[in-house]
Design a protein around this ligand. Structure first.
Ligand SMILES: [Zn+2]
Length: 309
């Protein structure tokens, strides 16, 4: 395979960061890094330099973290420091303007307040049945083939698929947010309070940069389908993210990763105009790619390979 990044998201530590779906602990992170020992793991700056000079070799890889999560700072950073490694951290900005990171809050809620994901699905489906959406949801489900939905993710259970189908294809984002917010407040929980544990603060981002890590763009509000937004809106997404990071760092961001892997040719023009040098995708599907489409492998895939060994 060609030079690529490894993409990490959630970490857990049995203290303040619980083990949600797909989260790994320090030990597992170490195992993955050991497993990658046959490759040449580069410091982020070295990777950036080689990538911009077109000098990357096939077994050069780098470590990347998306979304600016506090669990990455608490759990993964000490391991990197022990190994004297630096990484890319792709951070989106609206959290720092006081917005709620709802997708992360919901993830935390599912993890912390339910025995397992099935118990959460029970509660969600039951709540939906009593809501005004019930007739519409049932009508849509009748005509749908849930087994076929998201078939490429063979690790999804039937209920994983059903939940995602209802969320993405039937309810849409606004209805889904409303229902989840209601579930959470009905449980006497406070969205703002839940939100406050989940993100790195600006000082921690500064500290990473100071320690030689590379902080890059990841849009302003992390839309799930940036490519379907107008060019003007896309431009705002990246400009606001750019100014936020430029303001808190002593340098301007020149790297990025695409949130939810969503972009089109206008996105790439916007990045070019901002002076961005390299960008990463969320998978390794493209055989041919340009400087804003460096492939990445999801750590979940490596965990699977490790478990097979
Ligand atoms: Zn992301």
């Amino acid at each position: 395979m060609t030079a690529h990044g490894i993409m990490f998201h959630h970490f857990c530590n049995y203290k303040n960061h619980l083990r949600g779906q797909g989260a790994i602990d320090q030990n597992e992170f170490e195992k993955i890094l050991d497993f990658l020992g046959d490759f040449n793991i580069l410091d982020a700056n070295k990777w950036l330099e080689k990538a911009t000079n077109n000098e990357l070799e096939d077994n050069d890889i780098c470590i990347t973290f998306d979304d600016g999560l506090r669990c990455q700072y608490d759990v993964a950073l000490p391991v990197l420091e022990k190994r004297k490694l630096t990484a890319f951290w792709f951070v989106y900005s609206n959290i720092y303007d006081g917005y709620l990171g709802r997708l992360e809050i919901y993830r935390y809620y599912r993890t912390a307040f339910f025995r397992d994901i099935e118990e959460f699905y029970d509660k969600f489906f039951n709540y939906l049945e009593l809501s005004k959406h019930n007739d519409f949801v049932n009508k849509c489900l009748k005509n749908a083939n849930i087994e076929d939905h998201l078939k490429e993710f063979n690790f999804y259970s039937y209920n994983d698929k059903k939940f995602r189908f209802i969320r993405d294809k039937i309810l849409g984002q606004d209805n889904y947010f409303k229902i989840m917010d209601e579930l959470i407040t009905n449980d006497n929980l406070d969205l703002n309070k839940l939100n406050s544990h989940l993100w790195m603060d600006e000082r921690q981002i500064q500290e990473l940069s100071f320690k030689g890590h590379v902080i890059g763009l990841h849009s302003y509000s992390h839309p799930t389908e940036l490519a379907s937004m107008s060019t003007k809106k896309q431009k705002l997404e990246y400009e606001k993210n750019f100014y936020h990071l430029s303001n808190i760092l002593s340098t301007i961001p020149i790297t990025m990763s695409h949130p939810c892997n969503s972009y089109n040719k206008y996105t790439l023009e916007i990045l070019d105009n901002l002076g961005v040098k390299i960008g990463f995708r969320s998978n390794s599907q493209l055989e041919k790619f340009n400087k804003y489409e460096f492939p990445r492998i999801d750590h979940a895939i490596l965990m699977k390979e490790l478990q097979l060994k």
